[in-house]
Design a protein around this ligand. Structure first.
Ligand code: KIV
Length: 291
């Protein structure tokens, strides 16, 4: 970071993005996609980490409900409330605005906040959009398609999330790879339906690399963001604390610790952005389900 601002409580990043870094928007993401530039995304849950990631050149910040584990010490994301998501979304967007930042912010709709009806989803999405999010994310395929269309028609950009969906970890029987064999056809069909319903982003979590590459090819205007899904997606996301090596538990096999060999957090994030953009991260053959 080139510039910092002192407060009685410490130093906050205040540097604005470089003149070449325009605010990320949906048209901008499509331009990146069309020219084959990968989208680099990380989670953030507070103002300072969000500002550091923004200054390091991250394209998108996901205020993920993984904050249940990272910030609240929960065992899963199931216990995270909408009010908690609102609080953290507001903190992140404040941090980015303070640095006059560029990143696109995605607010995660928590478990139970969009399951009843499209109208309930709209009310929940409005809470996160009013907290500063540019887009909301929701988990699941099939039953969520109608909700995605309902939100998109009302001007709310939507990121869908299929494959391993942590909010349904109990139904899935654990954090396992999804979409192997015949299940892959179902996932691909769900992805197509979500894109047709208007989702402009799609997280693919822990699905075989060939399947996520195939889904990516099939969806030129819905940008696939992989996590444990190989290198063939339009972009990548990691939980910030995992890639900084400060996870309280055990890291998933697909995570790389970018703090190793870095001079600080900003440097580690810059290296992550560069590795995603160059296609150097992830390496498909590192893990059995990716090969
Ligand atoms: O909540 C989260 O951080 C997520 C990512 C792991 C994709 O959903």
């Amino acid at each position: 970071m080139s510039n910092t601002g002192s407060t009685p409580y410490g130093t906050l990043p205040t540097n604005s993005p470089s003149p070449t870094r325009r605010p990320v928007s949906l048209p901008r993401l499509q331009e990146m996609r069309d020219r084959g530039e990968k989208i680099a995304m990380l989670t953030a849950y507070d103002a300072t980490f969000a500002a550091v990631a923004d200054a390091a050149g991250i394209d998108c910040i996901l205020v993920g409900d993984s904050l249940g584990m990272v910030c609240q010490g929960l065992h899963s994301t199931v216990g995270v409330s909408l009010e908690t998501m609102r609080y953290h979304t507001e903190s992140v967007t404040r941090g980015i605005r303070r640095g006059r930042g560029a990143a696109w912010v995605i607010g995660d709709l928590p478990f139970g906040s969009y399951h009843e009806s499209s109208e309930q989803a709209l009310r929940s999405a409005a809470v996160l959009m009013q907290a500063g999010a540019h887009m909301v994310k929701l988990e699941g395929g099939g039953w969520t398609t109608r909700t995605v269309q309902f939100l998109v028609e009302r001007g709310i950009p939507v990121c869908a999330h299929i494959g391993l969906t942590p909010q349904t970890v109990h139904a899935l029987g654990g954090y396992r790879v999804q979409g192997r064999d015949a299940q892959g056809t179902v996932l691909k069909q769900q992805a197509i339906e979500l894109a047709e319903a208007g989702a402009t982003m799609l997280v693919l979590e822990m699905v075989p690399a060939p399947l996520s590459a195939e889904i990516t090819q099939a969806l030129p205007t819905c940008h696939t963001i992989g996590i444990g899904a190989g290198v063939g997606t339009a972009g990548q996301v990691l939980v910030m604390h995992d890639m900084l090596g400060i996870n309280l538990g055990k890291n998933a096999k697909f995570v790389r610790n970018f703090m190793t060999g870095s001079s600080g957090v900003g440097d580690a994030i810059q290296r992550y952005v560069a590795a995603v953009k160059s296609g150097e991260f992830p390496v498909d053959t590192e893990h059995a389900w990716m090969a």
